[in-house]
Design a protein around this ligand. Structure first.
Ligand code: GLA
Ligand code: ZN
Length: 674
């Protein structure tokens, strides 16, 4: 595997963040100081123009790019490269005034007023046209600038639009999907129920909040459509920059596990994945270690969308954000740990929102590298500068990637379908949490895990965990069978294979589509427990696990019963099973077992697959990045105590120290071992 450096011109990592010099054009002293301070902080990139439309085009058709050129020139002359946004994330007032049809309509069907951000209709031809103009002008003026290294499309694309144009597009999308046959749609959505059959596609309305809220099929297709339409809008922007500046790579900034868009669809259009990470550090509802582990999961989701190259941490808060319920300061030392975690997880960048705080308006108190105080001796500035120096020390790591032999199946379609289930527990479905918790168990075992969709290719892995795979899409069960036959270790849980991609239940027993044979189980009933209910599983080796929330009553055939229920009317009935097929094994866990017990099953699977577990002290996160025969191991102390790790061998690139045996890490400390 060759190294794939995202920014070869930097000879290492990209370090920088959102920079809004347009707010300071009347303060050349500040702009000058910015450059000086960026160099001091080891910053080699600035993200420009995210919200600069009204500066570029203050009135329709009148363009001003000189200021931008000057800024880019100055930055470049000082070794600082530009990530340039297309400015469509917020619209100038003249645009909304003249073309109000380009603004969004909400889910009551009410038109938005001018303001905020992300307020444009994705279908609007006028908006696309205006966006096209401004991007053309932008590219014409600075597209060939030597400092330009990346296009950043719009900003945190999100939201839905219920305007008449979008409704029409939705109807067309459905007609296309269902072969212009309304009866096909009626059948797929089971519209005979409550007399909901449509006569034609024009009758279909989106799921207005005061409208059709009772159709699972409609709801799911609306979500798929919103992704399709947003993606179509994004492609409109991408096509323009690709045509004008074919050599500049393209990204857009994703947001964590954002539920409104299927990022996997959008990822296909991008050259690089980037995302904005703002976890609630030091909160009062979980340990610091857990917060960091959860963040690691988010990194894995992003990383796995393009596994063969690094991703970008496009935004993070150097200090605090301004929009959490409580905006707690990052404690000393966290900045480095948090940033190094991104790098350890495969990022080739550490970027911030924002370089300098704006004096007024909505984000005036949002953390920044440079505070209103304006000096380079603040704690935050010093920590950023320290990180800048550290990134230089490990610059050889850039371009390497993580290679995982285990995978977790997690995807948006399944997530949306589970959200839609009108049964089970209102609060206890927690699909995302279950996925994250499983990832965390592998993390604690020092085993890398990709997070992929159920219809991705998973034949290359040795262990696959498929939690709560409620929606079983076409082809998934065949791949599962082939995976097990070739020697794969596969695990599925309660709630597997209930519905197909239209959300119609499988007939003849869950899990459907041939999986009941592969796992040797039929889930006859599922018991939804109250939060205070507890059951247990007794394992054949004498151990016990705790069951909460969900317990399936199983019929089994041809399986090894690994554990049976401890209580209730289904006491002694099978709860956890395994079945060998070909060279592999298919495990079925019929209940929501505690993660400690789950981890024991994972260990068994890893052992069978010949994957080595690492002995790590509690609160040590481990990752390995490699390529070109080089290998870099990251040990992150995400605990609040000093930790000692055994059997480490190599040079700590951050300290220059050679380690043979014990590696000691202070709280929040990181080591990168070459
Ligand atoms: C998002 C946006 C930024 C900024 C930050 C604040 O990530 O992309 O423009 O508003 O939030 O945390
Ligand atoms: Zn619209």
């Amino acid at each position: 595997m060759e190294k794939k450096c995202l920014f070869p011109m930097l000879g290492g990592f990209l370090h920088g963040g959102d920079y809004n010099p347009e707010q300071w054009l009347d303060r050349p002293d500040i702009l000058e100081k910015d450059i000086e301070m960026m160099k001091k902080a080891g910053v080699n990139s600035a993200t420009l123009g995210v919200f600069s439309w009204s500066m570029y085009e203050p009135v329709e058709g009148e363009y001003h790019f000189d200021w931008l050129k000057n800024i880019m020139d100055n930055l470049y002359a000082n070794g600082i490269y530009t990530v340039l946004a297309t400015p469509s994330g917020a619209r100038p007032a003249w645009l909304d005034e003249k073309y109000p049809e380009a603004m969004r309509v909400d889910w009551y069907g009410i038109k938005n007023h001018h303001g905020i951000r992300h307020n444009h209709c994705m279908s609007s031809p006028i908006y696309r046209d205006k966006v096209s103009n401004i991007i053309h002008e932008l590219a014409k003026n600075v597209g060939d600038h030597k400092g330009l290294v990346m296009w950043h499309i719009s900003n945190e694309l999100s939201g839905e639009c219920y305007c008449p144009l979008c409704v029409k597009r939705f109807q067309k999308y459905l007609a296309n999907k269902f072969d212009n046959d309304i009866n096909k749609l009626n059948h797929a959505w089971w519209n005979i129920f409550w007399s909901h059959n449509y006569n034609n596609f024009e009758q279909i309305e989106p799921p207005y909040v005061n409208g059709e809220k009772s159709s699972m099929g409609l709801d799911l297709e609306w979500k798929r459509f919103t992704t399709w339409n947003m993606n179509d809008y994004m492609k409109h922007e991408i096509n323009i920059v690709k045509k004008l500046t074919p050599s500049i790579p393209v990204t857009t900034n994703f947001m964590q596990l954002f539920g409104g868009l299927d990022y996997r669809v959008m990822a296909k259009e991008l050259d690089v994945i980037s995302w904005d990470s703002y976890p609630m550090l030091h909160n009062d509802y979980e340990t610091f270690t857990e917060t960091m582990q959860n963040n690691s999961f988010d990194h894995a989701v992003m990383r796995s969308m393009k596994k063969d190259k690094p991703f970008m941490l496009m935004e993070s808060a150097p200090g605090t954000v301004n929009w959490h319920q409580f905006n707690k300061l990052k404690r000393p030392g966290i900045h480095s740990l948090f940033s190094m975690q991104a790098v350890a997880c495969g990022s080739d960048t550490v970027q911030y929102f924002q370089w300098r705080k704006g004096r007024g308006s909505f984000e005036q108190y949002h953390g920044a590298v440079v505070d209103h105080l304006g000096t380079d001796d603040t704690r935050i500035f010093k920590e950023v500068a320290e990180l800048g120096a550290s990134l230089k020390k490990i610059s050889k790591v850039a371009g390497t990637i993580i290679k995982a032999k285990t995978a977790l199946l997690f995807d948006w379609d399944n997530r949306w379908s589970i959200d839609n289930v009108k049964a089970l527990g209102g609060e206890s479905k927690k699909y995302e949490k279950v996925c994250c918790d499983i990832y965390k168990e592998f993390l604690k075992l020092g085993v890398e895990m990709d997070v992929i969709a159920s219809d991705d290719d998973f034949m290359e892995y040795d262990v696959v965990i498929a939690p709560m795979l409620y929606m079983l899409r076409q082809g998934v069960s065949e791949q599962m069978r082939a995976f097990v036959e070739k020697g794969g270790q596969l695990l599925a849980t309660y709630l597997t294979g209930y519905v197909d991609e239209d959300q119609l239940c499988y007939l003849g027993g869950f899990p459907g589509d041939g999986l009941k044979e592969l796992f040797g189980v039929i889930s006859e009933e599922i018991d939804t427990l109250y939060p205070t209910d507890v059951n247990g599983v007794l394992f054949t080796d004498g151990s016990e696990g705790v069951v909460r929330d969900y317990a399936e009553v199983l019929r089994v055939e041809g399986v090894d019963i690994l554990g049976t229920y401890k209580d209730d009317y289904y006491k002694d009935m099978p709860a956890v099973t395994s079945k060998n097929t070909g060279k592999g094994t298919a495990y079925y866990v019929g209940a929501r077992l505690d993660m400690m017990k789950m981890s024991e099953i994972f260990k068994q699977m890893l052992e069978k697959a010949g994957i080595k577990i690492k002995e790590l002290p509690e609160g040590i996160e481990y990752h390995k990045r490699s390529a070109d025969g080089e290998q870099y191991e990251f040990y992150l102390n995400i605990s609040e105590q000093r930790r000692v790790i055994e059997d480490v061998s190599g040079v700590n690139m951050l300290t220059g120290q050679r380690i043979e045996g014990k590696l000691e890490l202070g709280r929040y400390e990181t080591a990168v071992i070459a």
